[in-house]
Structure formats: C-alpha cells, structure tokens
Design a protein around this ligand. Structure first.
Ligand code: NAD
Length: 495
C-alpha cells in the first residue's frame, strides 16, 4: 500500500535514510540526504530563481499558488493518507492538514493583489512619501515532524506571492510527505509555465547540513518551526548575520475552566486539544486550571471519557488517538510521568499499550496528572498526551498560574462570565500569541496570524499581515517641486 502511495506522487524510494511509519514501525520508503555542497548549490540556485521571480507581477505569482491549491484539492485524500502513514496522526487530521494547505493557498491568491503599502503625508511642499513592499529573497523553511506539510504551505504560499523562492528542510522523520508536496508543486509549476526551476526546492538533510541555511547571508528570512532548543540555536545563528527569523517553537498551552463554564463544551474541547494528534501539536492542551467548585466533577467526567478513548491504527475509522512518533517520544512521556509522580502528582492513564500487535510502534494511553502545584515538570513541554490538572480558587490566581510558564503560544478560557472573558483577553490577561474564549487552544484557522511569545519565539505565520515578514519595506520620498527643502526645516548652504 505504501509503495502505491509513493508511486501516486511519482516518488521513487531510494537512498540510505530509512523512513519508518509510526503506525507499525515498518519501512515506508528510503530517501537520500543532501550533503553540504548540494545545500550550498541549492542556495545559489535559490538566489538565481529570486532574480527572476521578484520581477513577475504579484497577481501573476498568485496564479501559480492558485494552481498549487488545485493540485492539493485534487490530491487531498492521497496526501492526507501519506501524512497519516508517515506521521501517525489520524486520517481525519491528516486530511485536515491538507485542507489547511488549500486554505492558505486561497488566502495567498487573494493576498497577491493586496500587498499594499502606504502613502504618507510629507512635511515638505511638493513632496510625496510612500512605503513599498518588495520581495525579500530566498526563504528557508525548516519544519517539524508534527505538521509535516502544512507548515511549509503556511510559509511557502505567502513567500511565493511575495516574490520569494523557498528552500525547505523538512524533518528527517517525515521527508516523504515533503517529497509528495514538492511533486504537486512541480505539477502546478508545469501548468503555470515559466516559473524559475529552483523556485521551490527541497533540502533533505541532517541538522548539520541544515545549519548552512541558517548561516548563509543570501537567505534573508529563515522560518523555523520546532522545539525551543532548536530555536535557541537557529535564532542566534540568523541574528548573528542580521537575518530575519520567524521562530515557531514549543508551547505549553493552558485552559482555565471557570465556575460558569458550559462543562459539556469544555470537555469536548479538552479531549480534542489534549489527546488529538496524540498530544503532539504545538498547540496541544497541556495544563488545565480548574476552579475548585467544579474540579471534582470535571476531573471525574474527564477520566471517564479518557477511559473510553479509542487508541490504535490511525487509518482505522473510529480511532481518536494514533501512535507517538517514535521510541524517544515514548521515553520522554515515561520520564515526564515519573517526574510528575515525584513532584506529588496523581496519575491516571499513561503507559504503553498494543505492544503485542505493534512491537515496532509506540501507542500510549493518554494521561491525566493531577498536580498539587505548577511544579517543574508542568512548566516544561513534553510532546505527548499528558494533561496536568491544577485547581484554583480566585481568578487572579488562575491568571498568574496561566502566565507562569516560559512558553507563550496558545491559551483559552471557558466561561460565560463576560468580565472573566474580557479580563483574559486584556493586556493584563493571557500573555500568549493566541487566546480563545470557549474554544480549545488548538486547531487555529489560517486567517489569523499564528505564533506565540516568550520561548515560543515571537514569530507569526499564516494570516493577517504575516506576509510582511517575507518582504522588505522601502520608504520612498518623491520631490515633484522645483525646490529642495530639507526635512526638519534645516537650512544648508543658504539656498
Ligand atoms: P525539532 O526541534 O527536533 O526539529 C524541528 C526541525 O528543526 C527539524 O527539521 C530539525 O531537523 C530541524 N533542526 C533542529 N536543529 C537544527 C539546527 N541546528 N539547524 C537547522 N535545523 C535544525 O522539533 P520536532 O521534534 O520535529 O517538533 C516538535 C516541536 O516543534 C515541539 O516543540 C513543538 O511545540 C514544535 N512546534 C511548534 C510549532 C509552532 O508553530 N509554534 C508548530 C509545530 C511544532
């Protein structure tokens, strides 16, 4: 079945790097990695592509993205399935990921006619000031395993309409979905005709070779999605050469559940956000801060729901939780649960299951960890389905707990009290890049800017005005008078 999937995209499986499916640990395909010289050549080709693409009118560039969206629509089922096979998320979420790619293509097509600058009032007579947005240059996109294709699309669809070529380094855990995406792009480019050959390039490589992309001054923008540890290396490397980085790093997302919350809605939101994608979303719900008056009732109901969760083959209908990506992810979960216990936590769930059926894969029971305090382990992101639960008595206390972690990606509150909702969204409320009311922290729409603060890196991708990060701003002043007045009224040379 896997071979059929790959051949559907025209991918030939060869090379020394073995790609295994987290579903059963079986080999899905093989790829070969680029060495440093090849990466350097790709950067050079990206620069050449830039010199052509930047002069193509933006609405025409949008036409290529429209065609890419069409390819994605036509191949949604197949690409979504490949995402599931290679990453382990359930098929519904694999399809959802491709839909996100389609959505951002639609958004970018519209944007291609809206890369607006400003006209600014000049203080000098007979002068006009304006702001123009120009293409920036080749953009490096470094992506994580957990959204193996959507993150590329968030960046690439915008970069292409903004006039920038893209060099994409996907996670070594999910190179096949990246190759399939690149194949769909090639089909779109063929239909478009005349796009530079190196407009979209794939750099399958080790981290070490990938570092070249972060250090090369010919790459003005590096968009990197992954762990905070990765961002701590890439951010300074890009800054050292005055490049621009868009960092989308780890999260430690919370929900505050207030006494007036509609509990049935909150429970559904908690379930999707805490166990969906097996807890392997940057926006997964990791901390639940519950008012003491409803704590016992909510936790009891959650435990009952957790006990009924269907964990297993992500391609099978009815499954809600697929496998973890690999053994290291399972060990990290075990380690975190042991730490939670040592810090006074009471754990329900957790542990490996289905080992006899899938000896080469890591399926786990999602865990609920009732914590006496927001201790050390709660403040760290463990990329697994562990939900730390804490109780609060006063709203100030809940907000303080909420903001007292190093990460600042997504957040939410369940309440029907308008004052609590507004306080959560106010300047002194949630300190995250995303703040929701009566919606869980995950599953963002592409229309908004996506990203977070503090150790999440500060980057913004996708909707709103995120496109500005892929362009350079130019301020131009035009003198259409016969005089040469200086700004600030400076007299120079007496004329
Ligand atoms: P990771 O940090 O291990 O790897 C991410 C990518 O960075 C991979 O392609 C990896 O090869 C590359 N990389 C790592 N070090 C590098 C270096 N020095 N130079 C160049 N490339 C380097 O992350 P992961 O395990 O694949 O993904 C999980 C993490 O990603 C979680 O922390 C999650 O929260 C985060 N994430 C964040 C967002 C977001 O938008 N904020 C989205 C998805 C995932």
């Amino acid at each position: 079945m896997h071979a059929q999937l790959l051949s559907g995209f025209g991918i030939s499986s060869s090379g020394s790097h073995v790609v295994r499916s987290p579903i059963d640990g079986a080999e899905v395909g093989r790829v070969s990695f680029d060495d440093k010289a090849t990466i350097a050549a790709k950067i050079e080709a990206g620069v050449e592509a830039f010199h052509i693409w930047r002069d193509v009118p933006a609405p025409k560039r949008g036409e290529l993205v429209r065609l890419l969206g069409e390819e994605l629509r036509a191949n949604k089922e197949m690409l979504g399935r490949l995402v599931t096979v290679e990453n382990g998320k359930i098929l519904q979420e694999g399809l959802g990921e491709v839909q996100e790619m389609i959505d951002i293509c639609d958004f970018a097509v519209g944007l291609s006619r809206q890369l607006y600058g400003l006209t600014i009032a000049s203080e000098r007579p007979g002068h006009r000031m304006m702001e123009t947005w120009h293409p920036a240059g080749p953009v490096a996109v470094i992506s994580a395993f957990n959204f193996p294709v959507a993150v590329w699309a968030w960046n690439a669809a915008l970069a292409f309409v903004c006039g920038d070529p893209v060099i994409w380094k996907p996670s070594a855990k999910t190179p096949l979905a990246a190759m399939a995406t690149q194949a769909l792009f090639a089909r779109a480019a063929k239909k478009f005709g005349g796009a530079p050959a190196a407009l979209s390039q794939l750099a399958l490589c080790t981290r070490e070779a990938g570092e070249l992309l972060t250090k090369d001054p010919r790459i003005p923008v590096v968009s990197a999605t992954g762990s905070t540890a990765m961002g701590k290396i890439i951010g300074p490397a890009v800054a050292a050469r005055f490049g621009r980085s868009i960092l989308e790093l780890g999260g430690n997302n919370a929900m505050i559940v207030c006494p007036s919350a509609k509990l049935d809605l909150a429970e559904r939101a908690i379930l999707f956000a805490a166990v969906g994608t097996a807890g392997q979303r940057c926006t997964s719900l990791r901390r639940l801060i519950v008012h003491e008056s409803i704590y016992d009732r909510l936790i009891e109901r959650l435990k009952a729901l957790y006990a009924k969760l269907v964990v297993g083959d992500p391609l099978a209908k009815g499954t809600l939780v697929g496998p973890l990506i690999d053994r290291a992810a399972f060990e990290a979960m075990e380690h975190a649960l042991a730490a939670a216990r040592a810090e006074g936590g009471k754990i329900a769930g957790g542990g490996r299951i289905l080992e006899a059926d899938y000896p080469g894969a890591y399926y786990v029971r999602p865990a609920i960890a009732e914590m006496p305090a927001q201790s050390g382990i709660v403040c760290r992101e463990t990329f697994a389905p562990i939900l730390y639960v804490m109780r609060y008595s006063g709203f100030d206390e809940a907000l303080a707990l909420h903001n007292e972690v190093p990460q600042g990606l997504s957040s939410c509150i369940f309440t029907r009290d308008m004052q609590e909702a507004e306080r959560f969204l106010a300047a002194s409320g949630s300190d995250c890049g995303i703040a929701n009311v009566n919606i869980g922290p995950s599953g963002a729409e592409i229309g908004g800017a996506f990203g977070g603060e503090k150790e999440t890196g500060g980057g913004r991708e996708s909707g709103s005005d995120s496109w500005k990060a892929y362009m350079r701003r130019q301020t131009a002043t035009i003198n259409y008078s016969d005089a040469l007045p200086l700004a600030q009224g400076i007299e120079f040379g007496g004329r």
